[in-house]
Design a protein around this ligand. Structure first.
Ligand SMILES: NC(=O)c1ccc[n+]([C@@H]2O[C@H](COP(=O)([O-])OP(=O)(O)OC[C@H]3O[C@@H](n4cnc5c(N)ncnc54)[C@H](OP(=O)(O)O)[C@@H]3O)[C@@H](O)[C@H]2O)c1
Length: 416
C-alpha cells in the first residue's frame, strides 16, 4: 500500500526556498505543491524549479491563506525574510481559525524571531491552533555532524566520559540580499543571522544522544561583537551602492563579527562550554562551517570546505563569476574546494526527511519552535553581554522584551 504523502506549500521563493526545494530530491513521501512570494514571478520560478526537479506539481499561489485553503497542502515551510515571520504565522492561524482550511504542521527557517518576544509569539501561535512545529536548523542534520556525534558518544564518551567543549563557526563574506544587512529588518547582524546555527549545533553535540534539551542548562553567556570590515569607508560605500542608498554602515552598521561563550551545566552540575564564532568578513573559498567536539580522550572536527574534491584552474581560465563550487563562492581560479552536494552536506535533506516523517506520523519533530525560542534567548543574552561588556548570568532579567541596539539602529562601535 502506498504511504500517505505530505503536500507542502513554501512561503517565500528566494535563496532558501530554492535550497529546500532542491533538497526534496532526497526526501520521500512529500511533494512541493505550492509557493507564495511577494512577487508572483518569484513564486512561479520556484514552482517551476520544483516541477523541473520532479519534487511536486507545484503551482504559484496568491496568498498564504490560499495555500492553507488548498486541501492538497498539509504543511507550510516558512522561508520568507525574518521581518515577515510573525505576520506570516498570524495569517496561517487566522486562516485556520476562520475555517478556511486545515494543516498538519508548520516548519520555519531560522531565526524563529528577530528577538525573544517574536520567537515566543511564533510558539504561542502554532500551539494555539494545535499544529506540529518544526524549527529548521539544518546543521543538526548535517551527515558529518550526525555521524561524528554518534561515533564520539558511542565510542569515546562511553569509555572515557562525556565531551566538555563544542566549538562551532559559520563564516562567509556577507549575505546575498540587502535586508540581511539592515539591523531592524533582520533582527541584528551576523550574531542573529548565523550564530543561531553555531550555538544550537554546539549544544546538540554536547547533549547525550536521545537526551532532551533540558539535559544541559545554560548558566552564563559572554559575548563580543564588532564591525571589522564593512564599516571601512570603501566597503560601506559598496553596501550603500548595492542597496540603492538604503544601507549606511558609517552611521548604522550591524556587527560583521561575533563570538560567544555559552556556559552550561549538565545534570550532575558539571560544566560544559559552547564556543561560537561567526563572521561576514571571512574571504576564503566560500561558506565555511566548522565544528569541533572535545572530550577527555578524543576530539571530533568537521570542516565543510575540507570534505570533498578540489579543482585547480590556472589564471588562463577566465570566465563568469558563479556559485557552482560552493555557496558564497569568492573566486574562480586557483585551488578550490567543491562542496559536491550542498543540500545534503549542510543538512537540508536530512532535516526535511525528518520533518516530513514527523508530520506524517503526527509527532512533534526533534527540533521544534520551543527550541527556536531557546536559541533566540541565548542570542539575545549574547547581545546583552556584548553591549554591557560583561558576562550575563542566564536567564537575565528583561530578556523577553530585549531588542539589541543594532536592531534599533543605534549601535555604532566607532562612536564611543
Ligand atoms: N538555514 C540557513 O542556513 C539559511 C540560509 C539563508 C537564509 N535562511 C533564512 O531563510 C529565510 C529566507 O532567506 P533567503 O536567503 O531565502 O532570503 P531571500 O533570498 O531574500 O528570499 C526571500 C524571499 O521571500 C520573499 N518575500 C519577501 N517579502 C515577502 C513577503 N512579505 N511575503 C512573502 N514573501 C516575501 C522574497 O520575495 P520576492 O522575490 O517575491 O520579492 C524572496 O523570494 C530567512 O529567514 C533567512 O534567515 C536560512
Amino acid at each position: 500500500m502506498a504511504a500517505r504523502r505530505l503536500g507542502i506549500g513554501v512561503i517565500g521563493g528566494g535563496f532558501m526556498a530554492r535550497f529546500h526545494i532542491r533538497s526534496f530530491v532526497g526526501v520521500r513521501h512529500a511533494d512541493i505543491r505550492g509557493v507564495v512570494s511577494r512577487r508572483r514571478q518569484t513564486a512561479e520560478e520556484a514552482a517551476a524549479l520544483a516541477r523541473r526537479l520532479g519534487v511536486g506539481d507545484a503551482m504559484a499561489f496568491d496568498s498564504v491563506t490560499a495555500m492553507v485553503a488548498d486541501p492538497a497542502i498539509d504543511a507550510l515551510w516558512i522561508c520568507a525574510p525574518n521581518f515577515t515571520r510573525v505576520e506570516m504565522m498570524e495569517e496561517i492561524v487566522h486562516a485556520i481559525e476562520t475555517g478556511k482550511g486545515t494543516l498538519i504542521g508548520v516548519a520555519c527557517e531560522k531565526p524563529l524571531g528577530r528577538n525573544a518576544a517574536e520567537a515566543r509569539r511564533m510558539l504561542e501561535l502554532v500551539a494555539r491552533v494545535g499544529l506540529l512545529d518544526g524549527y529548521l536548523e539544518d546543521q543538526l542534520f548535517s551527515p558529518g555532524v550526525v555521524r561524528g556525534k554518534d561515533i564520539v558518544w558511542t565510542r569515546g564518551a562511553a569509555l572515557t566520559g562525556p565531551p566538555y567543549i563544542a566549538r562551532a563557526a559559520e563564516e562567509h563574506s556577507g549575505p546575498h540580499m540587502p535586508w540581511f544587512w539592515e539591523g531592524e529588518l533582520q533582527g541584528g547582524g551576523v550574531l542573529n543571522d548565523m550564530m543561531c546555527h553555531s550555538v544550537e549545533v554546539g549544544r546538540f553535540l554536547l547533549t547525550p544522544p536521545g537526551a532532551p534539551r533540558s539535559a544541559l542548562t545554560p548558566v552564563k553567556v559572554t559575548a563580543h561583537t564588532s564591525c571589522l570590515k564593512w564599516q571601512r569607508p570603501h566597503y560601506a560605500e559598496i553596501l550603500a551602492e548595492t542597496s540603492g542608498g538604503k544601507l549606511d554602515y558609517l552611521k548604522r552598521p550591524s556587527e560583521d563579527f561575533a563570538r560567544a561563550l555559552v556556559e552550561y551545566r549538565d545534570a550532575d552540575g558539571s560544566p560544559r562550554i559552547v564556543e561560537a564564532t561567526t563572521s561576514w568578513c571571512y574571504v576564503g573559498a566560500g561558506l565555511r562551517l566548522s565544528m569541533e567536539l572535545l572530550g577527555p580522550e578524543y576530539s571530533l572536527s568537521v570542516n565543510s570546505l575540507d570534505a570533498g574534491p578540489k579543482v585547480f584552474f590556472s589564471r588562463k581560465v577566465v570566465g563568469e563569476a558563479g556559485e557552482d563550487l560552493v555557496e558564497k563562492q569568492n573566486a574562480e581560479v586557483g585551488l578550490m574546494p567543491i562542496v559536491s552536494d550542498e543540500e545534503s552536506e549542510y543538512g537540508y535533506v536530512g532535516e526535511n526527511r525528518h520533518m516530513v516523517e514527523a508530520f506524517l506520523a503526527g509527532r512533534r519533530p526533534e527540533e521544534t519552535f520551543a527550541d527556536g525560542v531557546s536559541v533566540t534567548e541565548l542570542l539575545m543574552a549574547a547581545y546583552m553581554s556584548a553591549e554591557q561588556e560583561k558576562t550575563i548570568p542566564f536567564p537575565p532579567p528583561g530578556l523577553e522584551s530585549f531588542v539589541p541596539t543594532v536592531a534599533r539602529g543605534t549601535w555604532n562601535p566607532r562612536v564611543t
